[in-house]
Ligand binder design. Structure first.
Ligand SMILES: Cc1cc2nc3c(=O)[nH]c(=O)nc-3n(C[C@H](O)[C@H](O)[C@H](O)COP(=O)(O)OP(=O)(O)OC[C@H]3O[C@@H](n4cnc5c(N)ncnc54)[C@H](O)[C@@H]3O)c2cc1C
Length: 851
């Protein structure tokens, strides 16, 4: 064992081996993997070995596609077979709602270049004759699915890594981690100590314990999971003999079953509702290459459906039942990246689909460690997406919910209920009990989504179409736009940046010039590649004190970046308020009249201008009030300590009564911002877009000083943005876009190369350096003269203007040269005419906000 290496990877499952391989491939050959037993000693050895590309998050889907595309290269380099069977697979829909879901998945796949196809149950049966097709209404075919040998694949990564110079130490448990003052890690193992500049937690089943070695409580939990293997089946042999092909993989949502051929029989696994966590508090170090006791009773309901849907299975003998544990994060996606608050401690854990995601996790993490950036938009699996609220018991409840819903439909208007309410503001009871609010979960915080007419009506009817909230939201928007509305805005991240160096620090991180005292600015934040990693509202309260507001969900993500860039000299301090600061917003033409009744300050338009901010008593409570609103109306954001929130809210409601003040929720707010063409963080604004592409260049001041990403931003400006964020008015009927729909354009044979292909466009294929290369278009991306040219980021119904709207990205050249009738947006399988809205349809000049 070397005494000092650049990085130690803890854990020799498929994920640790992939990370090791990718680090070595990226040029860090001075790396060591330490495995407590033999390779694959956690979950990896007993996995069912299935792989697929589809994922609810298109960015994660791209990394899955990378994983699948890697296996040939890996076999070649290592000389080790991965035992690949690229069979293709189907997802079977048993209801029209499930079919809507599959249509959405199919449409989403288009701009990723996936060649999925909607097929009939009979067509599916032709590829998997064991099914009784009368149970289904349709199916989605994906050719890029299959299964492999889990052990062979893990060893292929390991052998390839060794060839590139990496060291693997077996039968050696990491017992303790301590960090030196210079940031290096002291890795204490059974065989002695190793110094490492970086450590990677790829501990799989023991990721929690490896986290605890550094004082972390990572939100991961192992669940028991069962699949069974049948004896040889004549139906399988017959199919193989008559077609010369293997059976395809099948997902049966109704039965919560996945199934495929294994040798001459069938493998069938379930994600049962009566799921069971394994070792919920602590994983024993004594657990080895063991299986858990099978429990057929637990999966009996799924098996009953399975026997009905696949009748031949009822007569098949069961050869073996595998029950093994593997880990999940609360949302089922991996936990990857540098842990906020620690230096050089990286995670690659919570990977529930190691054979679909392991390669992508290894690539992203190695890019991040070696080049300082993951090289892709990996927010969906960033370890920073969870806050301190994701405790052990919270994780337990959420993981069970996620596991039991693995094959359930998630409707676009569906809020999940486990582990809630986790955090509430003082207004929670008032909102729910008195105002009939339907609440949503905003990074662990309860937030009003919309207000129902009565308690009995305060729930969402789950649907892909417009639902029961449509009318009430329309009313919230109308009354706000016509008079005045109030909403809670505690679900923002709030920071205080103080000190002599505060302004210099913020000027170095942000693209916009910092405001004068008493003023507010909006500003993006870029990474070194000039891509968007933040979008903030910043106010200057004194020479040495700034308030910063951003996305609540990105708090840890942003704090990690802020802390990385803090000067070493104590000249700047950053405080995250969390729920120690809460807020209310009033908006609408009568908002000023309401505020005037509650304060002694002069809030006339001249004395308190648009984008002004100041300390002000509101209903006798100390507040900070800014004249700004996301609705696009005249409006104010009022910030207070939680103890005052009810008093201020009551005051606003009383003062607003004469104007018919209305409570409005997040959904009305998002509808109002749509008709102002305002973008949102995580939808329109993400690390794959530059500020010019996103159309927020007015907040980028290239000449002010040398800020992070300035050079790349200047290049983006000089070259001209390749993409353009574009708002569309959509001719929709009863369903609006949900996000990730393909945008079609009638461009005939226009040579696509002359219209720069946008990011993420074309198949997610990668060259040997891990760089994405575009695939020639065709298949699902073309229909006569119509071609898929971009994707929707978000949208919905814009109630004031009375139209469905969408925002998305298309090549700039297309946006600039758009003609009438040129665009269509696919909603639930139907292409709807869409017209570009260059100007915001509501108050294009912004006169209302400034009035
Ligand atoms: C029954 C079952 C079926 C599955 N089917 C599929 C499937 O079809 N497709 C799919 O993609 N996935 C499947 N999975 C999930 C898959 O197994 C996991 O995603 C994958 O194994 C995770 O790999 P890992 O490397 O993160 O963790 P693990 O495989 O758990 O590896 C972690 C390793 O770290 C080592 N380690 C931990 N702590 C230390 C320490 N302190 N010192 C040294 N070494 C340490 C352990 O010994 C272990 O070898 C299945 C899982 C199960 C249980």
């Amino acid at each position: 064992m070397k005494p000092h290496v650049r990085a130690v990877v803890i854990g020799g499952g498929v994920v640790g081996c992939s990370v090791l391989y990718h680090l070595a491939k990226a040029g860090w050959s001075d790396v060591m993997l330490i495995e407590r037993s033999e390779l694959t000693s956690g979950s990896s050895w007993h996995a069912a070995g299935g792989f697929h590309t589809l994922n609810g998050d298109p960015n994660v889907a791209k990394l899955q596609a990378y994983t699948v595309s890697l296996y040939d290269e890996l076999e070649e380099l290592s000389g080790q077979s991965c035992g690949l069977h690229l069979t293709g697979g189907v997802m079977m829909a048993d209801t029209p709602e499930r079919m809507d879901f599959l249509r959405q998945v199919h449409a989403k796949g288009r701009y990723l270049g996936m060649e999925t196809e909607l097929i009939t149950p009979s067509e599916a049966k032709a590829m998997f004759p064991l099914m009784d097709e009368s149970n289904f209404v349709g199916a989605l075919w994906d050719p890029v699915e299959g299964h492999l040998d889990p052990s062979g694949t893990t060893h292929a990564y390991a052998k390839a890594a060794r060839k590139l110079g990496a060291e693997i130490v077996l039968r050696n448990r990491v017992i303790e981690l301590t960090q030196e003052a210079d940031g290096t890690w002291n890795v204490v193992t059974e065989q002695g100590n190793v110094k490492a500049d970086h450590v990677v937690n790829a501990g799989g089943l023991w990721a929690r314990e490896v986290g605890r070695m550094a004082g972390l409580e990572l939100p991961v939990l192992a669940m028991e999971h069962m699949y069974l293997l049948t004896e040889e089946m004549p139906e399988v042999l017959e199919f193989n003999a008559s077609t010369g092909r293997e059976l395809i993989g099948v997902i049966d949502f109704k039965g919560e079953i996945y199934t495929r051929q294994e040798r001459s029989g069938i493998l069938l696994g379930t994600y049962e509702k009566a799921c069971k966590p394994w070792s919920p508090i602590e994983t024993p170090w004594s657990f080895g290459h063991e299986l858990l006791a099978p429990d057929l009773d637990r999966i009996a309901p799924s098996l009953e459906v399975g026997f009905r849907h696949f009748p031949a299975l009822e007569n098949a003998g069961i050869k073996q039942i595998i029950n093994g544990p593997f880990t999940f994060a609360p949302d089922g996606n991996p936990l990857v990246g540098p842990v906020p608050g620690l230096t050089n401690y990286w995670t690659a854990c919570g990977v529930m689909a190691g054979f679909s995601q392991g390669g992508g996790v290894g690539l992203a993490l190695s890019n991040w460690m070696v080049h300082g950036d993951p090289g892709a938009d990996i927010w969906g699996m960033d370890v920073a997406r969870y806050g301190e609220w994701a405790t052990l018991r919270y994780t337990n409840a959420k993981v069970r919910e996620n596991y039991s819903r693995r094959f359930s439909i998630r409707f676009p208007n569906e809020e999940l209920h486990a582990a809630r309410p986790q955090q509430t503001t003082p207004l929670y009871d008032v909102m729910v009990r008195d105002n009939h609010a339907v609440m949503g979960d905003s990074w662990g915080l309860e937030t009003p989504l919309w207000f129902a007419p009565s308690a009995a009506e305060a729930y969402d009817v789950l649907s892909f179409h417009r639902s029961n909230d449509f009318g009430p939201i329309g009313e919230e928007v109308r009354r706000t736009r016509d008079s005045v509305g109030v909403t809670e805005i505690s679900n923002f991240a709030k920071y205080e940046v103080t000190g002599q160096g505060a302004e210099t620090f913020l000027n170095h991180l942000m693209t916009n010039t910092m405001p004068r005292i008493g003023r507010i600015v909006l500003t993006p934040m870029l990474n070194n590649n000039g891509k968007l990693i933040g979008d903030f509202t910043i106010a200057k309260l004194s020479d040495t004190r700034f308030m910063v507001w951003g996305s609540i969900a990105a708090q840890k993500y942003h704090m990690r970046w802020f802390e990385q860039h803090l000067p070493n000299d104590d000249s700047v301090a950053i405080r995250r308020f969390g729920l120690n600061l809460v807020g209310l917003s009033i908006a609408g033409p009568n908002a000023r009249k309401v505020l005037e009744k509650l304060t002694d300050d002069d809030v006339s338009s001249a004395a308190f201008r648009f984008m002004d901010i100041r300390k002000m008593d509101v209903n006798a409570a100390p507040c900070v009030v800014g004249r700004i609103t996301y609705t696009g109306d005249l409006g104010y954001e009022i910030w207070m300590e939680p103890a005052y929130q009810r008093r201020i809210y009551d005051g606003i409601k009383r003062a607003g009564a004469e104007f018919g003040i209305v409570d409005f929720g997040m959904r009305a707010l998002l509808s109002m911002r749509l008709e102002k063409n305002f973008p949102t963080w995580f939808r329109e604004l993400r690390p794959i877009y530059g500020p010019y592409e996103a159309g927020i260049e007015r907040f980028v001041k290239l000449s002010k000083n040398d800020f992070i990403g300035r050079e790349a931003a200047a290049k983006e400006q000089a070259d001209g943005p390749k993409l353009m964020r574009t708002s569309f008015l959509v001719n929709a009927t009863d369903a609006d876009v949900m996000g990730d729909e393909p945008i079609w354009a009638k461009i005939g044979d226009t040579d696509y190369r002359t219209i720069e292909p946008p990011h993420g466009f074309g198949a997610p294929r990668f060259d040997s350096g891990g760089k994405e290369i575009a695939k020639p278009e065709g298949g699902t991306m073309r229909d006569g003269d119509w071609r898929v040219v971009g994707w929707v980021t978000s949208g919905g119904y814009a109630h004031t203007i009375g139209s469905s709207m969408a925002q998305g990205y298309i090549p700039s050249a297309l946006a600039i040269n758009a003609t009438e009738g040129m665009f269509e947006i696919e909603i639930l399988g139907i292409r709807r005419p869409a017209r570009i809205a260059l100007e915001p349809p509501f108050d294009p000049t912004g006169a209302k906000m400034r009035g």
